[in-house]
Design a protein around this ligand. Sequence first.
Ligand code: HEM
Ligand SMILES: *[C@@H]1O[C@H](CO)[C@@H](O)[C@H](O)[C@H]1NC(C)=O
Length: 361
Amino acid sequence: MAFKSLAFLVAIASVSQFTRVLGTPVKTACPNSKHSAFNAACCSWFDVLDDLQANLFDDADCGEDAHSALRIAFHDAIGFSTKGGKGGGADGSMIFFGDEELAFDANNGLDEIAGGLQPLADAHGKTYGDIIQFSAAVAVANCAGSTRLQFLAGRPNATVHTPDGTLPNPFDNVDTILARMADAGFSPDELIALLASHTIAAADKVDVTIPGTPFDSTPAVFDTQIFIEVLLNAIHTPGAGLQKGEVKAPLAGLMRLQSDFALARDSRTACTWQSFVNNPKSMNTKFAAAMAKLAVLGQNVKHLTDCSEVIPTPAANHVPPFLPAGKHQSDIAPACAATPFPSLPIQPGPQQSIAPVPPAS
Ligand code: HEM
Ligand SMILES: *[C@@H]1O[C@H](CO)[C@@H](O)[C@H](O)[C@H]1NC(C)=O
């Protein structure tokens, strides 16, 4: 009997080999889970996925933990320089050397997500570099309107301590921000594409009197609203008054970073910024490309395994780009000289105060 089933397995294996030769990839059932994978080496990531979604992301939610997972993926990776002498890139040093790096001012608030990801990585035998980029890709997939990000697995443990001062700050001017990004290998266009992330973002630490204050009116949807709402004229000072790196916001309940404000209006970045306003597809394509680059900074991709198949397919967002209720085209301060700001529908109803993002449970 045992011999018979072994022969059966061999037969299946050779059939799948055969079909693969013919060009039809075949999935293998993963042990201990409901999933199957084209690459059996990716099966263990489905176990991480189930654990992450159930226990950290509160049932595949696009909430605070998901937002933080995307933020830590940027902060872990960007401490890299094409000239050397800074950190090791997307290597998990943010957790591996967490005692040191989580204490940097620019990483304020990331201790929570780091504390959630560390035991998850340990429980599944994964490195911190992998768990950070994996959880960011899953986080994005949990937000309607996004696109699936690439996920490559196999980053070794961090060996290099990232020095302080590698993060762009919200109070830095555009020259400083673009110079830091260029040092890490990113163009101004790639930075703007990465800033699509601020469409699922809120601040806890900029003004601690108003934790969870979002940067756009739809922080649980991966839409283009951040690119629209940062161009609205600003009238509102939230919380305890304007903090360092903060400027006035267009609606009650929102927060606007000085860096987003400046990048949306600088002649080097304004037209790319505006190009995403009415084009979620372009935003997603360019965001995914820039994220793929960010996720392997400092890594030798030849040593990584493509496990993108583990990343869930995001739900569609059916709401087209809009001006928030009570706003008009005349409330937009366009900054791209070459192209007029597109005409957008106005969200129906009275002007609203935007609710904070609830804290992670
Ligand atoms: C000029 C560059 C950037 C600056 C100055 C900046 C600054 C900030 C600041 C100050 C916060 C609020 C943190 C808090 O108080 O809790 C924040 C949140 C966030 N940032 Fe950025 N950021 C930049 C680029 C990026 C990039 C490239 C990504 C991802 C690819 C990213 C993802 C996020 C996310 C997802 C949040 C929300 C975190 C949460 O809600 O828990 N940021 N950013
Ligand atoms: C990473 O380091 C941990 C100890 O902190 C060790 O258990 C693990 O095997 C290492 N992983 C790799 C891939 O080297």
